[in-house]
Design a protein around this ligand. Structure first.
Ligand SMILES: Cc1cc2nc3c(=O)[nH]c(=O)nc-3n(C[C@H](O)[C@H](O)[C@H](O)COP(=O)(O)OP(=O)(O)OC[C@H]3O[C@@H](n4cnc5c(N)ncnc54)[C@H](O)[C@@H]3O)c2cc1C
Length: 414
């Protein structure tokens, strides 16, 4: 069969069910990725991360005489040409959870149907696959604790699949399609590549055994080993949640299991929660009133609100702790979970700006931006999501607890 494999947030060779099926079923194949408007909205940090991961995948494919083709247009625009000119019979891809991504998938599916092309999609971005949830999405518990407890009482986590042992022969592009190939440079540093993420996991689990103290250190602001730093890989799919789980179980069996090792799984279930939450509630996660949205209320914000928001973005508020976190974000694309919670609370409750402005700013800045996790966390903190209590932080108290010697503030005060 002549097939195409559309790379989405699954930029890896290991534990990739979609890639494995594509390889097993195809005699000739095209492996491609498309630039779309979502990509252009991302920060330079995340764009670079995507390129690093694609570059690393491309390197690995060379050994199999395959490569990653980067198209400069969204798939919707080029799919009919791709199918017609390359005589594609089947399309493989990993499905997403968020509203606009789902709409795009629907349109892609319509095109393939019109063209009589088969399609096979895979649900593999979460730790627990949707089909293994002990409830349907309609009955998904609204509150995280109930969600987690139900899952843990009937936990099914599939084993990682081995990498493909053979690849289909590469399909050559027509001249027409060749003109749509993007010459995007692949990033030089490899921080977000599959190789780097596997090394990072090895370092965090085995070399330093930092995972044994994760629960105590995860709120730290300064040390790279305070938390796993797997997020950029999990979101691009250069590392799978199932791979992390399998490695963690190996570590627990060989070295030690404790509350901290369990807590990594606990956090991965938060990740699953926001993914399924997004799948269930669709575009409500982007609305200011969230789950309570009626479309009735009109908001008016003044120039003063906008000025306060800009000060927050630029790290020029009255709080040195908030400014330090925003400076780190602006300079590196990274902010700790503790920092994210504090700056969100400050924007919503101290500056009284809409949470959606903050979420949109994070979207443009974070190196590990993920649509479901970012908008889900902001919505949750705003009190318009699954939990009616909004999370209000006393910023100065938090600074005293998590940065008692002000080392973090000294580092990130510009
Ligand atoms: C306002 C706000 C916005 C956020 N935006 C994003 C985002 O765009 N992308 C993103 O990956 N995370 C986001 N998070 C969640 C969390 O801050 C990051 O996942 C975490 O800081 C990444 O660091 P780590 O990999 O070292 O996490 P660790 O503490 O080591 O956790 C391990 C993994 O568990 C998952 N996880 C941890 N905390 C959360 C959480 N609160 N919600 C969902 N999953 C979680 C992540 O996949 C993470 O990589 C956001 C949190 C807040 C409060």
């Amino acid at each position: 069969m002549r097939s195409a494999y559309w790379i989405k947030n699954d930029i890896r060779i290991n534990d990739n069910t979609a890639l494995k099926n594509f390889c097993d079923q195809s005699r000739e194949g095209l492996i491609f990725w498309c630039v779309d408007k979502n990509y252009h909205r991302l920060s330079q940090f995340k764009q670079q991360a995507v390129m690093e991961a694609l570059g690393n995948l491309n390197e690995k494919l060379k050994a199999y005489e395959q490569k990653v083709i980067l198209f400069s247009k969204p798939l919707i625009q080029i799919l009919p040409t791709l199918i017609d000119e390359l005589k594609i019979e089947k399309l493989f891809y990993t499905s997403e959870y968020a509203y606009h991504e789902k709409l795009e998938e629907q349109k892609i599916n319509e095109i393939t149907k019109e063209k009589n092309v088969q399609i096979e999609t895979f649900d593999q971005a979460t730790l627990v696959a949707e089909k293994n949830l002990p409830f349907t999405l309609d009955h998904m518990p609204l509150v995280f604790t109930d969600f987690r407890k139900k899952i843990e009482s009937a936990l099914i986590i599939e084993k990682p699949v081995p990498k493909p042992d053979r690849f289909p022969a590469q399909i050559e592009l027509t001249q027409n399609l060749q003109s749509l190939v993007d010459s995007v440079a692949v990033g030089s540093s490899q921080d977000s590549s599959e190789n780097h993420l596997l090394e990072r996991m090895n370092h965090y689990f085995w070399e330093t055994e930092s995972v044994l103290s994760y629960k105590d250190t995860r709120n730290g602001l300064l040390d790279i080993n305070d938390s796993t730093r797997f997020s950029r890989g999990l979101n691009l799919g250069s590392l799978s949640a199932r791979t992390v789980y399998a490695e963690l179980k190996k570590f627990e069996a060989t070295v030690k299991a404790n509350e901290s090792t369990y807590w990594v799984v606990f956090e991965l279930l938060w990740r699953d929660y926001f993914k399924f939450f997004s799948l269930k509630y669709g575009n409500k996660i982007f609305l200011r009133d969230g789950l309570k949205a009626t479309g009735a209320r009109k908001y008016k914000f003044s120039g003063q609100d906008k000025a306060k928001f800009l000060q927050w973005c630029e790290g020029k508020t009255e709080s040195r702790f908030i400014n330090a976190n925003m400076n780190e974000l602006n300079e590196t694309g990274w902010m700790s979970n503790r920092g994210r919670q504090n700056v969100a609370s400050y924007l919503i409750h101290d500056l009284k700006c809409p949470w959606t402005w903050g979420a949109a700013y994070f979207e443009k800045k974070l190196v590990d931006y993920d649509v479901d996790l970012n908008w889900g966390n902001w919505l949750y903190l705003s009190g318009q999501g699954s939990d009616p209590r909004s999370r209000v932080f006393n910023i100065e108290r938090q600074a005293g607890m998590y940065d008692p010697d002000q080392l973090y503030q000294k580092k990130w005060t510009v």
